[in-house]
Design a protein around this ligand. Structure first.
Ligand code: ATP
Ligand code: MG
Length: 575
């Protein structure tokens, strides 16, 4: 491609609308332009990166035995009614009507459509396992679209759905997808981690998110520097020993007292009033789990993980209790709840086990109890893990200290079970000839998010540094003397030789100052730069510059070609 004929509008200024560095760089490098919140144009240079990511995804998905399909973006409401999601999917679902006033939606995901497809033709366990995937445009009316392609409303996703006759087949395929994702993100040149995530399933089956590590990532990842334990914040657990040992150091039980604490309900305020630290208080949080009130106890300095509470209770939904429910369950005012005399189920986090002489709400406006103790004052509750892990907690596997990192979720692999096959009546005959519902898995990758994450992770002050696997062009030739016939000839020759060798090459043949061309080349992040200028006139040499470290080698044209091929081959084979 010749730069002079290309549509690559680069910008010198920082775009005001951009919120993170990759977003800024994509606008400046002429890759994307905003149309509306979370909706973007992909320009030729941006589209090339998307196509490279897609090609890697396609190759690896095909290699795993999956088959590509292309399903419609617009889906009829009837399918979503069958699955039960038409009512429950919230405002993220863009609902539309056709001219006959029939309901449709713009697909945010494709479980319904794929089950509807497969149930038309699949009859027997012999036709399974089956994995169908597509690379297609989704729409989710995200509450806060931001960071360009990273959290768009319209975005390209690779989504795959697998069907299995039994659990072991799903498990086997899940591992294949895990390995496939690892290859995909490695080939994209990303520093990533597979991260354990909450499955929402009763029994807590594991699922994984794949995160690209970046300080600006939206998600917190909990990771152990010693063993390989890595989980997202919702899922992460820690060794409980630290609490149990610390709490049980308390000595003899003191007399319980009711104390007037006018208007004090925040933990910090109550602790200050009693001249103690928050870890000597127990918080009593009242929730409603599928219409049933429940009290969760946790130490004052800790925070409750609602996902863990929901999973422990096997609930479909949990919400914080209303004032009315709190009054009914505790007999007291909001902000002064305590575990004595509750009329609902009580569960507790490990953080309070072994505590002595602690402070709790008295279930009475403006009062707390001090010197409360288990058994004597109220029945010791059932303990489970309900807390949000904090940095420095001990790893649940090896007891080293856990660290927090930031990540961008680029993909997820998930065991879906039979929810959709059951609700939508997808039935096959099993080995015994009995009708059964296939077990499903689903596997997503955000194509645009992955492309942008590669930039978020690979840039410097001058611009993008594309990994070889996803770069729009592998080489840029910078003609630094467009008035010189000798330079023009050499540059053209190099350009054609590289094209012939199937190299992705951009030739900057524009009649512009060298400084201007250097700036653009650095900004758009092509990994190998060839500068042809004065030195070529003097001694027939060109400069080969590595964008990443700006290392320069002076070479003859033929040496440069050889070196280009060897760098590309080496970088692509590393992946
Ligand atoms: P998130 O938690 O970031 O909202 P999700 O869990 O809703 O993501 P999935 O339903 O698992 O996402 O979708 C699969 C993949 O699609 C994600 O791993 C992510 O890479 C991508 N993705 C999801 N939402 C968006 C979005 N709004 N913009 C761009 N990519 C997205
Ligand atoms: Mg996800």
């Amino acid at each position: 491609m010749k730069f002079s004929q290309y549509y690559l509008p680069t910008l010198k200024e920082e775009p005001k609308e951009a919120e993170n560095i990759s977003h800024k760089l994509m606008i400046r490098a002429g890759m994307i332009r905003k149309v509306a919140a979370g909706i973007y144009d992909l320009l030729p240079y941006g589209l090339r990166v998307i196509r490279k990511v897609e090609a890697i995804v396609r190759e690896e998905m095909n290699r795993s035995g999956a088959h590509e399909v292309l399903l419609p973006a617009i889906q009829p409401a009837e399918l979503w009614e069958e699955s039960g999601r038409w009512k429950f999917y919230g405002k993220e679902l863009l609902r539309i009507k056709d001219r006959s006033n029939r309901d449709f939606c713009f697909g945010p995901t494709h479980e319904e459509v794929i089950v509807d497809l497969v149930r038309k033709d699949i009859r027997s366990y012999k036709e399974l396992p089956l994995n169908l995937y597509q690379i297609q445009t989704k729409f989710r009316d995200e509450i806060r679209p931001r960071f360009g392609l990273m959290r768009g409303r319209e975005f390209i996703m690779k989504d795959a759905y697998s069907f299995h006759a039994d659990e072991s087949s799903l498990h086997e395929h899940y591992e294949i997808m895990h390995a496939t994702y690892t290859r995909i993100f490695t080939r994209c040149g990303l520093n990533f981690r597979p991260v354990e995530a909450d499955s929402g399933a009763i029994g807590g089956d594991v699922t994984h998110e794949f995160h690209v590590l970046a300080d600006t990532g939206e998600d917190t990842i909990v990771t152990c520097p010693t063993c390989n334990y890595t989980a997202n914040l919702e899922k992460a657990t820690s060794s409980q020993e630290k609490f149990v040992q610390k709490n049980s150091t308390g000595t003899e039980e003191k007399q319980r007292e009711e104390v007037l604490t006018t208007n004090l309900h925040a933990v910090e305020d109550v602790a200050r009033f009693f001249h103690v630290t928050p870890n000597e208080l127990i918080k009593t949080l009242i929730y409603v789990a599928d219409n049933e009130p429940v009290a969760a106890l946790i130490r004052g300095d800790q925070n409750l993980n609602e996902v863990k509470l929901k999973n422990y209770l096997c609930a479909n939904e949990i919400t914080m209790a209303s004032e009315e429910v709190i009054k009914k369950v505790t007999g007291g005012q909001v902000g002064f709840s305590g575990p004595i005399g509750l009329t609902c189920k009580v569960i507790a986090d490990y953080s309070i086990s072994g505590m002595k002489n602690f402070i709790i709400g008295a279930n009475k406006a403006d009062y707390h109890f001090k010197n409360t103790n288990f058994t004597r004052d109220f029945q010791e509750p059932t303990y489970t893990d309900l807390r949000i892990v904090t940095e420095g907690d001990k790893c649940p596997k090896c007891s080293a200290l856990l660290m927090f990192k930031r990540g961008i979720e680029v993909g997820q692999i998930f065991k879906l079970g039979t929810k959709y096959s059951k609700n939508m009546n997808l039935t096959i005959l099993d080995k015994q000839g009995k009708p059964t519902h296939p077990i499903m898995g689903c596997y997503g990758i955000g194509i645009g998010r992955t492309a942008q994450a590669a930039i978020e992770q690979n840039h410097d002050n001058d611009g993008i540094i594309f990994p070889m696997g996803v770069t729009p062009f592998e080489v840029i030739i910078l003609n630094l003397g467009t008035q010189e016939e000798k330079i023009n000839r050499a540059a053209e020759e190099l350009y054609h030789k590289l094209l012939q060798a199937k190299c992705d090459v951009l030739y900057d043949d524009r009649e512009l100052r060298p400084g201007f061309k250097f700036k653009d080349a650095d900004l758009i992040g092509i990994p190998i730069h060839i500068r042809i200028g004065k030195k070529y006139i003097e001694n027939n040499t060109v400069e080969l510059v590595i964008r990443k470290d700006k290392h320069i080698s002076e070479l003859s044209l033929s040496e440069a070609i050889e070196k280009i091929h060897s760098i590309i081959a080496k970088e692509l084979s590393h992946a």
